[in-house]
Every structure is written in C-alpha cells, then in structure tokens.
Design a protein around this ligand. Structure first.
Ligand code: ADP
Ligand code: ZN
Length: 639
C-alpha cells in the first residue's frame, strides 16, 4: 500500500496512515493518541492497551491497522448488536469484513467460515461465546491473523461491572495463536481494572504500550454541592434547569436529571411538569413502549427534560444536551463521568451539577449491601461498591479543580490543567484570587495539615491527626507522643469536622493518600511533599465551617456567580490552545498563565493593545508583560 517517492521511512509511514484515514475512513485528522496507539501497534511493542471514553474513537485504532496489514484481524466484542453496523460501514468503505454470531443461521455461518479460511476478510468480529467452539479456534490457528483486538476489554475483569466469563477464554486463545499484534480497548480506566486486563491477557510482564487519553471534556462546567435534603435538592434542580435552559416554554437544548430510585424520578418529573417543563420520567419499571417513546421524543427535541434512573443513557444520541443534574448521586465516579458526559457532545458549553444529601449516603450504603434483586451482596463485592462510592464523595468534597480531579482519578495525566478555570471550585478560587492574603492563608493552613501528616508518620488515622493538629491532649495523642510534635495545636481554632474535611480535601487533591491496610492511615504522596515544601500559593478551596455556613435556601448561588459572558467560542478555543501550549512549554499550570475567565473576556472584548488588555479580569502588569504579546497576536489572527 506504500508506494511513494522514498523519504524517511518514518514519514512514509505517517503519510500512508494519513492517506488511509482520509480516503478510507473519510476523517480529516487523527486524535494525537489514536496515532500514538496505531504506531505502537504497527511498530514496537506491537501490544497496546487503549483507554479512552466511549465515543472517543477507539475502533479506528484497530480498524485502520487491520485495513493496512496482511491477513485477517480478529475482533472480539460483546456488542453483537453493533457488529452488523460496523461490518456494513467497513464494507461500504471497501474494507472486507464480517461477523460470526449465534444469531446467524448455520448456513450463513458456514459460508462466512469458508470465506474466512480463504482469507477474504480484513476483519472478523466475534462475540466471546465463539471461543467455546473448537471449530472456530482451530480455524483461527490455521489462517493468517494480522492482529487480535479486544473491545470492551474490561469485560475480562472479575471485579468489573460487566464481567463476561467467556472473556476468560481469551488468555488461552492468545497462548495458542500468539498473534503478532494485540490491541485491547476499554473506556474503564480504574488502575485496578487496567492491571487485571494486562494480567489476564498475559501482558503484565512484557513490553506493552498503554495509551490513556481523551477523558478531558473542556466544554463541561462541573459543579457539586452537599445539600440538606430532598427539598433543597429539588429546588436546586429547578434552578439549574432554568439557569441553563432558560424559559421552560422555549428551552435552549435538552437536560437530564438523574435520580436514584424509580419513585423519585416519577415525583421529580411531576414537580417539573407542574412548573411548565416538558418533562417525563424514565426508568426500568416502565413498559418498553413508553421507554422508547420517551427516548425518541427526547432525541427529536419534543421533550426537553428526562428525569431518569441510570437505566437511561445507553445510546442517547442528542448532541445538544446542555445540562445534566444529579438530584441524587450515582454509584461511582465512573458512572458519574459517563452520565455527566452525555452533556455537550456537540462541543458547546454544557453544565453538570452533582447534588448529595446526607440521607443519600445512607441510601447508597444500603444499596451496596443489597446487591442485585434484593439478594444480599457478597461482602467483598459490597465492600468494593462502597469504596467506589466513597471515591465519589471525595469528588464532592474536593477543594481543587473538578476537571483535574476526574482526570487524576482516571490517570489521564496529560490533560491535567492545574485548574480548568470554569468549574465551581476554580470559579470560587478565581473570585478570590485578587485577595492574596486569603490565598496565602489557604496555603499556610494546607501546609500545616500536610506537615501534620508527615510528622505523625503513619502511626495513626485521620481522626488522630486532626486531634493532634487541633491541639487536643487525650490518651490517644499522648500515648503516641503527638502532644510533643511541633505541629501540635497548629490548627487550634478549628473544629474537628473542619480539620477532617480539610484532610479529605488533601486526599482528593492527591497530596495525601491512605495506606491500603486494615486501618488506613494518611501518608504524604510525592506531590504532597512537593506542595508542602514549595513556596508557591496552593490552589485549593478550604472547607466551609460546617455550622456557621449552612447552605441556605438561596438557590441563586449555584455555579458561576458572575454573569455569563457572550464571547466568540472559536476565538476562545484558539486563545486557550495558545495558553495551554505556553503552560506546557513552561511546565506551569495553565491558570498561572491566564484564567479561562480572562480568555473569555478577551474573546468577548477583543482588546488590541496592552493598555486594553489591562482591562481584562485577572491580567495584571506582570502577566501582560510576559504573555500579552502572544495573546494579542492570537487576537489579531496572526498566530
Ligand atoms: P469508541 O469505540 O471509542 O466508543 P468509536 O470508535 O465508535 O468510539 O468512534 C465514535 C465516533 O468518533 C465515530 O463516529 C467515529 O467516526 C468518530 N471518530 C473517530 N476518530 C475520529 C477522528 N480522528 N476525527 C473525527 N472523528 C472521529
Ligand atoms: Zn476547575
């Protein structure tokens, strides 16, 4: 397929990939990570695990190499319903492909096996059940296999939410076939699952490239808050829908509200209907006809808001969902990411608000215990489910950027911004950024807490560390000698709850970890040591004092407190790309170059001179001096 004038072999390969992408797949450019994965698959080490969100474009990473390589690519996927589509679209692009599934009649299956034996296909899709049949695996061993691709690879994880026992046969198949190339892809990124995938595919020893990318959703404005109970939560749901979608009679785009139970979804939908919203409930208790009518009305925009349990979502294909509100929290960060990620698929600004009341936590605790169908869950499974939910509570408590929190959770380090500039935390930090005194105090308090963790040195848990910091002399702190530490009493004026919340914030920020022992104790991480020793201000929002600052009825405080700007989104994107590039070059967090808010103002007001830049929020003389010229060039369109 490569027959061009000789340049460097590397350029040839790149050009060939680009051409194939354009001509066969009709796409303009690779996502950077797609090229990275494909090159690692075609070259060294030939073994790749791709972790990217659903809809991110993972299938290209095996379809394109399969089209290029000699032989047939074996694609294992549990989604039989999608195989037909994929095969059709590949065939239409001139890439011969087929699938084998139990749904085919035996004659058709035999015919396809025959063509497969004759090497007529570039790709063959199979469901994992196929691997039970010797006839099929023998055939695989006889033909030329270009690569094996395993889609939804997390199905191999016994701990995952999607375990398929047949996936365990893949290990044996790989032993037998020893394919020259192996690609596994999944959207599930927890380190635990990733480790298990590599292990079960026999990749934990050998060289393997893990490409983990694409979890950043820069157009999503995330916010979360603790509420007192259902009444407050309901009123915040209404407020958020109104704030983002506008007039219920003429909403700007669609909204999804997630509730934890069927009953809640019905009640909340009624409540919204009474207030003029074109809303409907959706849950597994409704008959199939009603459910599909709700889906299709929502897709066709005749329905503005769906109030759903987690049963709603699979295959929602509406790009202009502007807001996803969780009236009650979902089971885990992954579920949250999936559900909130349905907003803003068109790339335009969208909002996600997560609400959680104390009794939602109790409800979830019971659900974890219960398992499916009301049968008590296996204790290990229940414990695991509870752990996943606690991670979500850490997201709720976080004092640092929500966007970065998500990326850190998924391990998508490349896209961490050091503050997205537009989540609720970043907005509140940017509002106070002019107040250097407050930032300095925040940094000092956090450093005191980190020093406390370092001094206690894994001898006691979070509560004891908090007592030590508050200067509480009791049998516990005295027995360990904590009363003699230099950090004893540094946070004397604070309540126990507050210091514990601060510690949770430090855990959420990644500065402190808990040891994986029976009695987990806090320990500083590498970035925790760095944060403690550095002199730079720390970007963190201190917990609110629990009693003084009760969340009031005033629903008007959710999200950005400043009025929304009407700015040129494309220009903003260019400014942001420029800013992020500088941040990468300098190794600074992006917000230190300029806040998103500043860029938005630039995109709205289009300043032309340094003097005009001085009128932009957050741009002081030093920033203008260092970075102003570059921004002006972007604004003038010369960069
Ligand atoms: P995943 O398997 O990760 O869930 P898919 O492979 O089904 O996602 O891709 C989702 C959509 O993204 C498809 O419509 C695909 O054509 C599109 N897509 C993939 N790669 C690119 C790209 N480089 N540029 C533009 N669109 C892409
Ligand atoms: Zn942020």
């Amino acid at each position: 397929m490569i027959d061009e004038a000789p340049r460097s072999p590397y350029e040839d390969k790149r050009a060939a990939l680009d051409r194939l992408l354009r001509e066969r797949f009709g796409l303009g450019a690779f996502h950077a990570w797609q090229r990275e994965a494909i090159e690692a698959l075609l070259g060294e080490p030939g073994k790749v695990l791709v972790v990217a969100p659903t809809g991110g474009g993972k299938s290209l990473t095996y379809q394109l190499p399969a089209a290029l390589l000699e032989g047939t690519a074996l694609v294992i996927s549990p989604l039989v319903a999608l195989m037909e589509d994929q095969v059709q679209s590949l065939t239409a692009r001139g890439i011969p492909a087929t699938y084998l599934a139990a749904t085919l009649d035996p004659d058709a299956r035999r015919a396809r096996m025959r063509d497969l034996r004759a090497g007529r296909f570039k790709l063959v899709y199979v469901a994992p059940e196929r691997l039970q049949f010797d006839g099929f695996t023998d055939l695989c061993a006889q033909i030329r296999i270009s690569m094996v691709a395993i889609d939804e690879a997390h199905c191999i994880s016994m701990w995952g939410h999607d375990f398929r026992p047949d996936y365990l046969r893949i290990g044996d198949l790989l032993e037998r076939l020893r394919p020259p190339r192996l690609l596994a892809c999944t959207a599930t990124a927890t380190p635990e699952v990733r480790r298990e995938i590599l292990e079960r595919l026999g990749l934990s020893e050998g060289p393997v490239k893990v490409v983990l990318r694409g979890f950043a959703r820069p157009n999503l404005h995330l916010a979360a808050r603790a509420v007192e109970g259902p009444t407050e939560s309901r009123s915040l749901v209404r407020h958020e829908l109104g704030r983002v979608l506008g007039d219920p009679a003429r909403p700007r785009g669609g909204g999804i509200v997630y509730a934890a139970t069927r009953k809640n979804s019905e009640a909340l939908a009624d409540d919204l209907k009474k207030r003029g919203w074109n809303a409907a409930p959706y849950h597994a208790g409704l008959d199939a006809e009603t459910r599909s009518s709700v889906s299709s009305r929502f897709a066709k925009r005749s329905l503005a808001v769906v109030v759903a349990t987690n049963a709603f979502g699979m295959g929602i294909d509406r790009p202009d969902i502007r807001v996803v509100v969780h009236h009650q929290p979902p089971a885990s960060i992954e579920s949250y990411y999936q559900e909130v990620g349905r907003a803003g698929r068109d790339g335009a600004e969208a909002h996600g608000l997560l609400l959680c009341a104390g009794n939602d936590i109790a409800l979830r605790r019971r659900l974890c215990q219960l398992g499916a169908d009301g049968v008590p869950a296996d204790p290990a499974v229940a414990a695991k489910a509870w752990r996943m939910f606690r991670d979500l509570l850490r997201y709720l408590d976080a004092g640092t950027c929500r966007h970065d929190f998500m990326l850190r959770y998924f391990g998508d380090e490349h896209e961490i911004l050091g503050g997205c500039g537009h989540c609720d935390i970043c907005v509140s930090l940017d509002d106070t950024v002019v107040d250097d005194a407050l930032r300095a105090e925040t940094s000092t308090v956090v450093r005191m807490a980190l020093a406390g963790v370092a001094r206690v040195d894994q001898r006691a848990g979070v509560q004891a560390v908090a007592e030590m910091l508050r200067g509480v002399a009791n049998t516990r702190t005295e027995r360990f000698g904590f009363t003699k530490l230099s950090t004893f009493g540094l946070l004397k004026t604070r309540s126990q709850e507050w210091v514990v919340a601060l510690m949770r914030g430090a855990i959420a920020a990644g500065w402190v970890d808990l040891t994986p022992t029976d009695h987990p104790v806090p320990v500083l991480t590498r970035i925790g040591w760095e944060a403690m020793r550095s002199k730079d201000p720390l970007r963190f929002r201190l917990p609110r004092e629990v009693r003084k600052d009760r969340p009031g009825r005033a629903a008007g405080t959710v999200g950005a407190s400043r009025p929304a700007l009407d700015y040129d989104a494309a220009l903003f994107e260019r400014l942001r790309a420029h800013r992020n590039e500088i941040a990468r070059q300098k190794g600074f967090p992006a917000y230190m170059i300029a806040f998103d808010r500043s860029l938005q103002e630039m995109a709205a007001r289009r300043p032309r001179t340094a003097a005009e830049l001085a009128g932009i929020t957050g741009l002081g003389p030093a920033r203008i001096e260092t970075y102003g010229g570059g921004f002006l060039e972007v604004l003038r369109g010369v960069r």
